[in-house]
Design a protein around this ligand. Structure first.
Ligand SMILES: Cc1cc2nc3c(=O)[nH]c(=O)nc-3n(C[C@H](O)[C@H](O)[C@H](O)COP(=O)(O)OP(=O)(O)OC[C@H]3O[C@@H](n4cnc5c(N)ncnc54)[C@H](O)[C@@H]3O)c2cc1C
Ligand code: SF4
Length: 536
């Protein structure tokens, strides 16, 4: 039986592994793999948690209130809750330095998507133009992944931007505020579409609206932000568990892979990994190696391997991420109503904005405020705390935020390299991002347009509240070892096989040659399954 070694248990790694196992390969996985604590009171709803736990504040905000966002610290509206802190735990061997980029790494069992918001948006043909395959080639893998993880959504006005693949479950029940916005859209549809180029529809999420195997359909407990206790929201550790049930799968958790080594023929021979418990470096022999450490982690491992092999410090070009804006809004039609804790908490609606070309599409996700933390909003009111809390009680159900995503392209001045220092044990990863020309103007125009759209939907944007998130914050990293039909150095083939090392494959976003204005992870999973189907 042929053996494949995969590094990383994020969405890319586990969907590669699942597909390779189904083709009869033996799969070994090397992973850091920090694990979560078991869910607290899994049957309780959000309101029952608030009233029923001995220390609800400890659970919801942290025993040292570490889940709280302090005023002005990050200008963010959401923080990572204490129950997901394990997914942010780092390793001592990864040091970074960056300019214009705030990188995020996860070493959790399941990777960054253990704390994701589960948005699943397939790329369309226009967005795949720079790729060596089209939507039709990827569609079977989208359908396969959708059938495996459970995605809900609808063929609605967004279908022109979001291809309707097989395996979609029916959408979740809408919360009252989202339903109101969708009804408003229906009554203004022609104007919004034709004059403002705005299409509104249901979000697509990896959340069950129907039972699937042992996983239960969403029961509207309102606990999404702290981690779904019933696995209705998909996380990659579920697929890792599925792989673990195969006799041909071996999981080496607790190892941080620093580099691979090669023979004189350029073939990868082994992976060197540091055990987290501080023992000796372990060498794992390799037949075929697949890197799935997330685009940044894979790039670091690649650069360090080349450096240790040749003494050369290479520069990887083309680093991409989606610029994101947060645009808060107030819907006067909802003032004085009760916020809905018994609903799905992340975004339930999406807005597609047309651009000059299909690549300029802007992707917006609309979240109405329910059980999410209120203090980052109250802190921004020009009011004292007591008055702020009083006002908040009345407008809580009327608030929402639009998360706006812009596309990105590979550019030579967005780079990743190493600083090997003198005598440093572990080289530092150096990231440099240069925003595209005209970005500020594009942001200004989009905000102006979105304000008009929100007015049509009966809402307005309070002055001074729009926040441009730092590059890196969307965590959709891509582009550093891109697919290329021409066999150029530091690129991969259409099958994501390295043009430099013949038995090396890359299964994560490092290989993506263009980043549409869409959440990337569904395509990471589909592409990883496609790579496993191509491997020989
Ligand atoms: C708050 C938040 C919300 C998000 N919401 C969405 C969303 O709604 N939709 C969406 O599409 N995306 C979303 N994302 C992004 C999504 O999580 C990532 O795109 C996705 O997880 C990347 O998958 P990956 O497998 O390529 O890498 P990662 O998830 O980064 O996984 C990397 C894996 O490799 C392992 N690893 C890394 N380096 C090493 C090493 N050297 N040795 C051993 N193991 C290693 C880690 O332990 C981990 O298991 C969100 C992310 C965050 C943080
Ligand atoms: S997805 Fe959210 S609302 Fe649904 S069951 Fe899970 S935590 Fe509750």
């Amino acid at each position: 039986m042929k053996r494949i070694t995969v590094i990383g248990s994020g969405p890319s790694g586990v969907h590669f592994a699942r597909a390779a196992l189904s083709r009869g390969y033996a799969v070994e996985m090397i992973d850091v793999g920090y694990a979560p604590s078991p869910p607290v009171s899994p049957d309780a709803t959000f309101n029952e948690i608030k009233t029923g736990l001995d220390d609800p504040a400890g659970y919801l905000l942290g025993t040292a209130f570490e889940g709280i966002l302090l005023p002005g610290e990050q200008e963010e509206f959401y923080g990572v809750p204490p129950s997901k802190a394990y997914a942010q735990r780092q390793v001592p061997w990864l040091q970074t330095r960056s300019r214009n980029f705030a990188p995020m790494f996860s070493f959790a069992r399941g990777g960054l998507a253990e704390m994701w918001t589960a948005g699943c948006y397939p790329f369309n043909d226009a967005e795949l133009t720079a790729y060596p395959f089209d939507y039709a080639a990827l569609a079977p893998y989208y359908a396969d992944v959708a059938g495996n993880i459970g995605i809900n959504g609808e063929a609605d006005d967004l279908a022109g931007f979001l291809p309707v693949h097989d395996g979609l479950q029916e959408p979740l029940r809408l919360d009252e505020h989202s339903a109101l916005l969708l009804n408003r859209y229906a009554s203004k549809r022609e104007y919004l579409q034709q004059i403002l180029g705005c299409h509104v529809g249901r979000a697509r999420q990896a959340v069950l609206s129907r039972d699937m195997g042992e996983r239960k359909a969403c029961r509207y407990s309102g606990r999404c932000i702290w981690g779904c206790p019933t696995d209705s929201i998909y996380t990659p550790s579920l697929t890792l568990d599925e792989c673990m049930r195969s006799a041909h799968f071996t999981y080496h958790g607790g190892y941080y892979a620093t580099h691979f080594s090669c023979g004189d023929d350029g073939q990868v021979r082994a992976v060197c990994a540091q055990p987290l418990d501080g023992g000796e470096v372990r060498e794992f022999p390799v037949d075929t190696l697949v890197l799935a450490c997330g685009a940044l982690g894979t790039s670091k491992l690649y650069l360090e391997s080349v450096y240790r092999q040749t003494g050369e410090v290479k520069v990887l070009r083309g680093l991409m991420d989606n610029r994101q804006l947060l645009v808060p809004f107030l819907n006067p039609g909802m003032i004085g109503r009760q916020y809905q804790a018994d609903s799905y908490q992340y975004n339930q609606l999406a807005i597609g904005l047309t651009g000059d070309t299909p690549e300029d599409y802007v992707h917006c996700l609309v979240t109405t405020l329910k059980t999410a933390m209120q203090h980052p909003v109250i802190e921004r009111f020009p009011l004292d705390l007591r008055t702020g809390i009083h006002v908040m009680r009345n407008i809580h159900a009327a608030l929402g935020v639009v998360n706006v995503n812009f596309h990105d392209t590979r550019r030579d001045d967005c780079t990743l390299t190493l600083d090997v220092g003198e005598g440093a044990d572990s080289p530092q990863l150096v990231l440099d991002y240069v925003p595209p020309a005209g970005e500020q103007e594009r942001i200004k125009q989009t905000v102006r347009r979105l304000k008009k759209i929100l007015r049509q939907l009966g809402c307005f944007v309070p002055p001074g509240m729009v926040h441009t998130r730092p590059m890196g914050a969307s965590v959709h990293y891509a582009g550093t070892l891109p697919m290329s039909v021409e066999p150029r150095p530091m690129t991969v083939s259409a099958e994501c096989r390295s043009h430099d090392f013949p038995n090396l494959y890359i299964a994560d976003g490092a290989t993506f040659p263009f980043l549409p204005a869409k959440n990337i992870t569904f395509t990471l999973m589909a592409n990883a399954a496609r790579v496993a189907a191509c491997i020989d």
